[in-house]
Design a protein. Sequence first.
Length: 104
Amino acid sequence: MQESGYIVIFKPTLTLPNGKVKGNVDAELVLHTMVEYQRYDKALLVTGDGDFYCLVDYLIKQEKLLKLMVPNEKKFSSLFRKVMSHVVFMNNLKEKLEYRKDPK
């Protein structure tokens, strides 16, 4: 994504005792989106977490949301059902994005 001109920000994660990886980025994502607001044309958010609904709604109203990419179409906040015209599910992208070796 970086080679295509996107700004990708990596955040530290924690590994919990049960082995699950956790990355708390909710407040940072909202803050960074608003701090950089004047510097981008459209935002592409990747989440299914309803905590971001107010941010998504605001960006739609300001015509600043490119798309909301939801990782799992079977598990996402019902709040996003109100904005389905802006949603793209990542489940459907695997075949388009996966690496395939050239057949020889």
